[in-house]
Ligand binder design. Structure first.
Ligand SMILES: Nc1ncnc2c1ncn2[C@@H]1O[C@H](COP(=O)(O)OP(=O)(O)OP(=O)(O)O)[C@@H](O)[C@H]1O
Length: 289
């Protein structure tokens, strides 16, 4: 059953059912999750070592690109602390619930279905400050509650970092394969190495690294400016024996499209972001199909 609110989820996690009850609940939850994910061919887990590097932008544009190519695609925002997919996809109302209490994703166009954990928050600007078990419970409950139907791809916008929350998602969807997003500068790369080690520890296959916010080309004078340096993503991929999926430039079209609620690969197909992103999508799909 779907929680109506954050408070309900918290209360549920705070309760103390007997061990038998707990085991039964856990088994029921695992069956729900299995059922919810059973008709999805490929699951892609988009993660980053730190926040703000463009993980949600990559997730939204990857899902939109796959849907545009004709694949039935789902996009799931599980980033509890900063769910931004709904805004990026222009979703106004978030919650549709079926008669059997399943969460129904919003359909955008013919091939894209989107669901956000934000749907379970009463106030979209509400900060989530609960402790581990409540978060884990919420994440599992959310994933198991979605009715996806048949999908070719599910793109998962994971919580940033390498703590309890991404671990909960990986444990819930162990067959997902990772795409790691970073920016080129050393502070981000230090965190990306933690993400790589995280994937190895949890034995999650990694499809490769995407370098976001690479060089910016001034639209007025065409000068190329390396705002966050460049090349760090490909260097790290090489060192770690991972595939480099591509470098995406810094492009103000992304900011505009994010605010307007249309992914830039749809809104501005000739933007420097969209042109570079094609290579990233090809490098991902050719490993899976
Ligand atoms: N290539 C890019 N060029 C310009 N701006 C970008 C680019 N990629 C992302 N941004 C902008 O950077 C900001 C952060 O991006 P985004 O929300 O995708 O990051 P995130 O890693 O998901 O962050 P968080 O973990 O905090 O949710 C957004 O305002 C987004 O529009």
């Amino acid at each position: 059953m779907l929680y109506d609110s954050v408070d309900q989820a918290k209360n549920k996690s705070a309760g103390c059912p007997s061990q038998n009850q707990q085991a039964r609940q856990q088994q029921q939850q695992e069956e729900m999750i299995k059922k919810s994910l059973s008709r999805i061919k490929h699951k892609i887990f988009v993660l980053s070592g730190k926040g703000g590097v463009g993980k949600s932008s990559v997730s939204a544009n990857l899902a939109a690109s796959l849907a545009e190519k004709g694949y039935m695609t789902g996009l799931m925002d599980v980033d509890l602390h900063g769910p931004s997919i709904a805004q990026m996809m222009g979703m106004k109302d978030l919650l549709d619930v079926s008669s059997d209490q399943k969460l129904l994703p919003k359909k955008i166009g013919d091939n894209l279905k989107v669901v956000s954990i934000q749907a379970l928050m009463q106030d979209k600007d509400q900060a989530i400050i609960w402790r581990g078990p409540a978060k884990t419970g919420m994440i599992k409950q959310f994933i198991g509650s979605v009715e996806w139907g048949d999908l070719d791809f599910l793109v998962i916008d994971a919580p940033p970092g390498t703590g309890d929350e991404p671990i909960s998602v990986v444990q819930t969807i162990p067959e997902a394969k990772a795409v790691i997003v970073t920016t080129p500068q050393e502070v981000a790369l230090a965190d990306v190495r933690k993400s790589i080690s995280f994937c190895k520890t949890v034995k999650m296959e990694t499809l490769g690294i995407v370098e976001n916010m690479g060089a910016f080309k001034c639209p007025h004078c065409n000068e190329v400016i390396e705002l966050f340096k460049s090349g760090g993503g490909s260097m790290t991929a090489k060192k770690e024996g991972l595939k480099f999926l591509g470098s995406i430039p810094f492009d103000t079209a992304v900011v505009k499209s994010g605010d307007e609620g249309v992914p830039v690969v749809i809104q501005d197909k000739n933007s420097t972001f969209s042109l570079a992103f094609k290579e990233v999508v090809d490098n991902i799909t050719k490993q899976l199909i």
